[in-house]
Design a protein around this ligand. Sequence first.
Ligand SMILES: NC(=O)C1=CN([C@@H]2O[C@H](COP(=O)(O)OP(=O)(O)OC[C@H]3O[C@@H](n4cnc5c(N)ncnc54)[C@H](OP(=O)(O)O)[C@@H]3O)[C@@H](O)[C@H]2O)C=CC1
Ligand SMILES: CC(C)(CO)C(=O)C(=O)O
Length: 293
Amino acid sequence: MTQAWTVVGQGAIGLLAASRLHLAGYQVQLFRRTAGPFRYQFEQADALHSIQLNAAQAPISLLLVPVKAYAVLSALQQLLPLLSPDAQIALCHNGMGSIEQVLPLLQPQQGLWFVSTSQATFKPTAQQIRHSGQGPSYLACIKATAPHYADLVRSAMAVAFEPLTPVDDIQPLLWRKLAVNSVINPLTALHQVPNGELAKPEFQPQISALLQEFIEVATACGQKFEFDEISTQVQSVIHNTAANYSSMQQDKAHGRPLELDAITGYLLKRAKAAGLTLPTHQALYQALHQQSL
Ligand SMILES: NC(=O)C1=CN([C@@H]2O[C@H](COP(=O)(O)OP(=O)(O)OC[C@H]3O[C@@H](n4cnc5c(N)ncnc54)[C@H](OP(=O)(O)O)[C@@H]3O)[C@@H](O)[C@H]2O)C=CC1
Ligand SMILES: CC(C)(CO)C(=O)C(=O)O
């Protein structure tokens, strides 16, 4: 445990991971937009911890990038000159498309990993982070390098995102999460409602159409889903998170950029490449774009 983990930003998921690593004895540093150490309170399972993490110093050999999908590429471009030639980089975000953007930027000995998480975490204030709901996380190696690094990354990510399951292929899990996010996030953002509102009868035809179109494009991309099974999963997330506001609803309410291009936009892009049209996703994408003009 001599090498430090560098975590990008001071966001909810990044500080959850950084705090858990720090409390487990790992060296952790933050790559933030502002210089100097960062002090904050971390609340988990009714325990409150005061934590201070130092600013990142190069060379960086273990990097976690838990930023919004639209911020991954620019963060990586800033960090590339600071990375060691055999650095291990773990991406963690909702939506898809970043792996294809990042892979060509890496040196031969640099490794790439992806963490898909359903942990729920939020920041009541800028200096407070609260773990608010347990959910599964999955880790996959996208570009492998030296085996000793694989052990380092797997054991650290198991601490940071516990409970975490290592998987060989992250794609089916990312597509499955995309199905959920491409229904709940844009609809709740457009209508500015909590997730549970989508259980109302008036949303059901649109949800069914979104899922049918999702299955068409997923199938064209080699990912098989049954309508009844994926529909049951989406309805159970709506039910289980009924009182929550989705991340896209909250981003819209606060005037922040949306992860729309990595969710609905990604589906539209893959559909276009496969010669398909997705009229229901397209209409939702346009409606959200128009609202933010
Ligand atoms: N929060 C949650 O409970 C969950 C979130 N997710 C997903 O995880 C990802 C991260 O979410 P979350 O933690 O909520 O996001 P946040 O936006 O809260 O955190 C991202 C942080 O990274 C910072 N950042 C981005 N780019 C840079 C950069 N180039 N240099 C320095 N700092 C940078 C941001 O700073 P700034 O604000 O200044 O841009 C912000 O502090 C998203 O894809 C989200 O959908 C998944 C499951 C649950
Ligand atoms: C599962 C869901 C929709 C929960 O709100 C989510 O992942 C999000 O808000 O981004």
